[in-house]
Design a protein around this ligand. Sequence first.
Ligand SMILES: C[S@@+](CC[C@H](N)C(=O)[O-])C[C@H]1O[C@@H](n2cnc3c(N)ncnc32)[C@H](O)[C@@H]1O
Length: 297
Amino acid sequence: MHIPVLLQEVLALLDPKENQHVIDCTAGEGGHALAILEKTAPKGKVLAIDWDTESIAKLKKKIASVPQAKNRVVFVNDSYASLANIVEKEKFGPVHGILLDLGFSSFHLDESARGFAFRKEEPLDMRYNPHNPMTAAKLLNYQSRGDLEWIFKKYGEERYARRIVEEIVTTRAKTPIEKTTQLVEIIERSTPATYRKQRLHAATRVFQALRIAVNNELENLEAVLPQARDILEPGGRLAVISFHSLEDRIVKHFFKNDLILTPQTKRPVMATQEEVDSNPKSRSAKLRVAIKTANAT
Ligand SMILES: C[S@@+](CC[C@H](N)C(=O)[O-])C[C@H]1O[C@@H](n2cnc3c(N)ncnc32)[C@H](O)[C@@H]1O
């Protein structure tokens, strides 16, 4: 099961109140959404968006079994990059809070069988949404050397990007790269032994880079932030949990430079040691929250 990260901190800073309407742009397994529904009872609604078709179907089932929540959720299977259209189509509002909890969930790692986890043998898919035409395998087998190197450097900050790409190009000339295990072997063959002894697994950065590229994660984040700001009621709050510096940088700059948002968190809020001990994924989580100026129109 996915354990929602920074849950108490999100509730304190997003501050959902009785009967308010909130958008969860990354509803996943519903941990944050259910806690928000508790705070906004009895009449507050949640617009629960997830790009992953399987995740949203599972969430629908889960929420159907929660009597206090089941009639107060609108489910949408779409990308938050289309937030304005979704809100308009669903006629959802007025909106007092918007949450983005970025990246993938435990479902993706443990159950989806789409190659998010480098410790298992799975097809290199990595899509959140099956309608997305790009897969990790397509990227690896058809992108140019230069593009792959750029992806690994930019989205993975991978220092051995060039060596790994050389090995990918040599391998794919002989046999297509389809499985996570093939990619892990390529990375292990092309990086020094010392790199493989570090705390972070040698494949972590390349897998992160591929996931970001396949799903256009940074472009989607850049697209949603101004839409979220426009959708919020004056006084409404926008909370974003990011998991790596590329995402956090985008959020930080947007909050800092936007004239009608006031950041509530000078520094990002991070998990306590207690949370990190019970949920290691929270180690890299950073929460930033901003309030839309009360007199903004
Ligand atoms: C970290 S999980 C959210 C977990 C959730 N807060 C919970 O408590 O269970 C992130 C979710 O965002 C979804 N996601 C990723 N990119 C998305 C996008 N562009 N639009 C909508 N959902 C997206 C993923 O499918 C995943 O379920």
